[in-house]
Design a protein around this ligand. Structure first.
Ligand code: URP
Ligand code: ZN
Ligand code: ZN
Length: 455
């Protein structure tokens, strides 16, 4: 044995019990009472909770976007992940017209492999079918461990949008090859119509980012996507769900037995569209935008009924000077916010407040992501799984500030947010990577997670 974590309260998606955990060669090899072995390092976790590391299935690290590149590299983004109890991130390399899936993914692996501080996997964004050649590559990509492909219904001018026919072809090919299709659902034509109107009227503040993409804009696309996925009987994973009407349509389809999964993000659970009226409203600009109170209430309800499957971050930070490009024109604000370091502490703090159970947080942030996206070795504190472990102090008070985060950005939408409870240690495959406020891991230690398809 290399390490024994003793006396902690182990939290799984369905249980909570006090036990010791023994770790060898990066794996959990025993869970029991009074585990001992000479030579093993012993950590006493009495009074603490022991959780599986979070799996953030939605990040955009070093992503060329919005006229710049998102400000966290694979190094700084995964360093921040480690410090927030995230032990695996799923990043989103983007296939572009003329290039292949494996070419794209392998290129990003070259960037990531020497930098990553926690384990990582890739979904691949598909923006163009290259006359069908991309569909022919799906099987090889799945065998390589890329078992999810993402489509954007938006970002038309950026050349990232797919139309309904392309989306349907991807849905079907993904199903045939044992993969799943992820979707960013908003209606691009309605957005453009609204933007044109507001700019003509001189309405240029961040508030009009929200008003150009309000609830109905997302709902139409959610409903269209659900309708198509149902009609062709293919699995669909809707990313960053933020609106009530679309959520309800997706939940109804799930209840009818369709293979539909729903992700939301902490920013939609904590803030409402009112933030866009603030002086620093542009810092909250992300797409889809944060919606009104009714949508937030519906999201929390779906968290508690079990209808939402995952909470992930859509981590895509930009520096203040880049957000400032849109001071006088909301369309020039790079879309995206930071969150990877805040995901688990925020959700666990909500559990501490009684808003949901600790088991449910584990399910949403670790167990379900592992199951949905084919990471059999992760997502739970179980003998045989990777020793991706967070020791959490439910009593520790923590106030989020850009000064105590570990990313490379210079502001956070979470500034000043007080949390009850905070991770004190994070282990990735048995190696300590975060210790009481400090990153203690090693860039390049993280490994690519080769996922298994659904067939
Ligand atoms: O505003 C966002 N969400 N930026 C990142 C790209 C995306 O749409 O997920
Ligand atoms: Zn998106
Ligand atoms: Zn995203």
């Amino acid at each position: 044995m290399d390490l024994i974590i003793k006396n902690g309260m182990i939290i799984t998606s369905s249980e909570a019990y006090v036990a010791d955990i023994a770790i060898k060669d990066g794996k959990i090899i025993a869970i029991g009472t009074d585990l001992e072995e000479k030579g093993a390092k012993v950590v006493d976790a009495k009074g603490k909770m022991i959780l599986p590391g979070a799996i953030d299935v939605h990040t955009h690290l070093a992503m060329p976007f919005g006229g710049t590149v998102s400000s966290d590299s694979y190094l700084s983004g995964t360093r921040a992940a480690a410090c927030g109890g995230v032990t695996t991130v799923f990043d989103y390399p983007m296939q572009r017209k003329g290039s292949g899936i494996l070419e794209t993914v392998k290129g990003r692996r070259e960037m990531a492999d020497t930098e990553v501080c926690v384990d990582y996997a890739f979904h691949c964004i598909i923006t163009d079918l290259n006359d069908g050649k991309i569909l022919d590559e799906f099987e090889e990509a799945v065998n390589y461990g890329i078992t999810s492909f993402k489509c954007f219904f938006v970002y038309k001018k950026e050349g990232m949008m797919v139309d309904d026919a392309t989306f349907t072809k991807i849905l079907l090919k993904a199903k045939e090859t044992g993969a799943i299709t992820n979707l960013h659902a908003e209606n691009p034509d309605l957005i453009d119509l609204n933007i044109e109107k507001f700019l003509k009227e001189g309405k240029t503040s961040a508030w009009y980012h929200y008003l150009s993409r309000p609830e109905y804009v997302e709902a139409e696309a959610d409903k269209r996507a659900v309708h198509i996925a149902k009609s062709v009987d293919a699995p669909l994973y809707i990313v960053h769900m933020a609106d009530k009407e679309g959520l309800e349509a997706a939940v109804e389809a799930k209840m009818d037995g369709h293979d539909i999964y729903i992700e939301t993000c902490p920013q939609y659970l904590e803030f409402t569209s009112e933030v866009y009226k603030r002086e620093d409203g542009r810092n909250f600009v992300c797409s889809p935008p944060i919606k009104g109170q009714e949508s937030q209430d519906a999201l929390w309800k779906a968290i508690n009924t079990g209808a939402i499957d995952t909470v992930a971050t859509d981590h895509c930070p930009f520096q203040s000077y880049e957000k400032d490009w849109g001071k006088d024109d909301f369309t020039k604000i790079p879309n995206g916010c930071a969150g990877v370091e805040n995901l688990y502490p925020y959700m666990l703090s909500k559990a501490n407040e009684g808003k949901l159970s600790f088991n449910r947080v584990v399910e949403l942030c670790s167990t379900n992501p592992a199951k949905i996206f084919g990471c059999a070795q992760k997502g739970s504190i179980t003998v045989g799984k990777d020793a991706d472990i967070v020791i959490y102090d439910p009593e520790k008070e923590f106030t989020i500030s850009v000064d105590n985060m570990h990313s490379d950005y210079d502001h956070t939408i979470w500034e000043g947010k007080k949390l009850k409870g905070y991770p004190v240690q994070t282990y990735v495959r048995g190696a300590l990577v975060y210790d009481n406020g400090d990153f203690v891991g090693t860039p390049g230690f993280g490994k690519f997670v080769k996922r298994v398809g659904r067939k």
